[in-house]
Design a protein around this ligand. Structure first.
Ligand code: GTP
Ligand code: MG
Length: 198
């Protein structure tokens, strides 16, 4: 994918404030600190377009980006960070569920898993919602640079078991080395060419 332009459109929480659904859209979901913003920046070849942070739980809004004037990428709020105030944590479920259920231009969700963590809680909740609303899902295992090649199979086993997904469903990715970037672009292109649901 050649990136000619990438611009921030807006941040919001409720459907009444989403940008008009004029373009095919791909959203990125996963635990706080899993690397959603880093993945988007890597895909767009922009270091600082999407703010990344070593303090998890900063992004509590849906952030919309328009790429090449042609399609949208959405950075969804992360979850699972203990220091986030309870009121904010309670807001996450309805905000994300509503988006997944109601966004007509949504073509797929990239769901990120940290190679060093066993998926649980909201990770599995998200998989359920994506199935319930028939949103095509692109599962990605991130921070693969943290594990040596020889250790990969052993590290992946609990992720496959917890999600019930086969190994070949996942793209392995590293924002540090760029591994997996082209494969993710290919999967996004396929998803964006598919007809919209419903
Ligand atoms: P929230 O916005 O809080 O939900 O987090 P996020 O999912 O957007 O994570 P973010 O992209 O901000 O990354 C969190 C931290 O992980 C940052 O310090 C990144 O530099 C680091 N990180 C992200 N991806 C990778 C990766 O592939 N490899 C390594 N080694 N570090 C990564
Ligand atoms: Mg982020």
């Amino acid at each position: 994918m050649q990136i000619k332009s990438a611009e921030f459109v807006k941040s919001c929480t409720a459907p009444g404030h989403y940008p008009e659904a004029l373009w095919p859209e791909i959203a990125f979901a996963g635990r706080s600190n899993v690397g959603k913003s880093s993945l988007i920046n890597t895909l767009l070849n922009r270091r600082g377009l999407v703010r990344t942070s070593s303090t998890p739980g900063r992004t509590q809004l849906l952030n919309f980006f328009l790429v090449n004037g042609d399609f949208c990428l959405v950075d969804l709020p992360g979850y699972g960070f203990a220091k986030v105030p309870i009121a904010v944590r309670k807001g996450w479920g309805p905000m994300v569920r509503t988006y997944l259920e109601q966004r007509p231009s949504l073509r797929a969700v990239v769901l990120l898993f940290d190679v060093r963590r066993v998926p649980h809680g909201e990770d599995l909740q998200l998989l359920d919602w994506l199935e319930e609303f028939a949103v095509p899902t692109i599962p990605v295992i991130t921070k693969i640079d943290k594990v040596s090649r020889g250790q990969r199979a052993r590290q992946l086993a609990p992720i496959l078991e917890a999600t019930g997904l086969p190994a070949d469903a996942f793209t392995l990715f590293s924002a540090k080395t760029g591994e997996g970037k082209e494969e993710i672009w290919q999967r996004l292109e396929v998803a964006m060419e598919a007809p919209p649901k419903g």
